[in-house]
Design a protein around this ligand. Structure first.
Ligand code: F6R
Length: 260
């Protein structure tokens, strides 16, 4: 894995937005996989700023969702569909038709999961998948002990994740117990996987994912299997990496034009 240590969240956002912009310059119809939660917001802001500044044209871009709560009513402001439309699709000036996601309100959830997994492949596959990381090492909502070969399916959130996400709701009781998430095997099919981690609360998860053994207990460690995985961590999230200095030196020696 390539590990890039940046001073802060804004720098991480800028670096990843530039990678997305470079991708869209060479492949205008690229399919960008987006995550929700707080971490990726600086990426979306930086990419929108590039669009407004005329540095990149995104009108052909397609956006796909990583995961979704099950059971929130359609249009709920915290459904991930609403969040992605609000934070990504609208600021980039894209039409809703450029966006695909799983149906969290489906009557037949397993069928909706399988249909979404198929739709990603039929769309040509994800070109760049942006991920955050849970304090328990989850990616998407693949909680610890998820199969490393899993496909899009329904999962039950851990109490830790429900507590972590309670800040988006009026109370923890409103946080759904179930989600649809791209599986780890699904995520690993993206051509480039970029995980952004910011803040001290992610430091243990980052160290285990990057330097720990490959383990279903730390789902993000599955990215060790990906031929092009980039971990972007701010100083706080990188603070427990044993090889931090090595990662800094390696990235500093990389030609600037190469990006991530
Ligand atoms: C969200 C997602 C989750 C989050 C993770 C971190 O779509 O897939 O894996 O990325 O829970 O959330 P934040 O960024 O809010 O700390």
């Amino acid at each position: 894995m390539e590990v890039v240590i940046v001073p802060d969240a804004a720098a991480g956002g800028e670096l990843i937005a530039e990678a997305m912009a470079a991708l869209l310059r060479r492949k205008p119809e690229a399919l960008l996989g987006v995550a929700t939660g707080s971490t990726p917001l600086p990426v979306y802001r930086a990419l929108s700023a590039k669009v407004r500044a005329g540095e990149v044209e995104v009108s052909g871009a397609r956006i796909c969702q990583l995961d979704e709560y099950v059971g929130l009513p359609a249009g709920h402001p915290e459904s991930y569909r609403s969040v992605v439309l609000r934070e990504v699709v609208e600021p980039l000036g894209l039409a809703e038709s450029a966006f695909m996601g799983p149906d969290g309100a489906a009557e037949d959830v397993p069928a909706a999961c399988a249909a979404y997994d198929r739709a990603l492949t039929e769309a040509g596959g994800v070109d760049l998948q942006l991920l955050g990381i849970g304090t328990d090492g989850h990616i998407g909502f693949n909680e610890p002990c998820s199969s490393l070969a899993s496909r899009t399916r329904i999962k039950t959130l851990t109490e830790q994740t429900r507590k972590d996400n309670a800040r988006f709701f009026d109370s923890i009781d409103q946080v759904p117990h179930h989600v649809i998430t791209q599986g780890i095997g699904t995520i690993l099919e993206a051509r480039h996987v970029v995980l952004l981690a910011t803040g001290e609360s992610k430091a243990d998860a980052v160290a285990l994912a990057v330097e720990g053994p490959l383990s279903a207990l730390v789902p993000a460690s599955a990215l060790q299997l990906h031929p092009h995985a980039t971990i972007v961590a701010d100083e706080a999230a990188a603070s427990r990496l044993k090889l931090g200095d090595y990662f800094r030196a390696t990235y500093a020696a990389k030609p600037a034009w190469q990006g991530i």
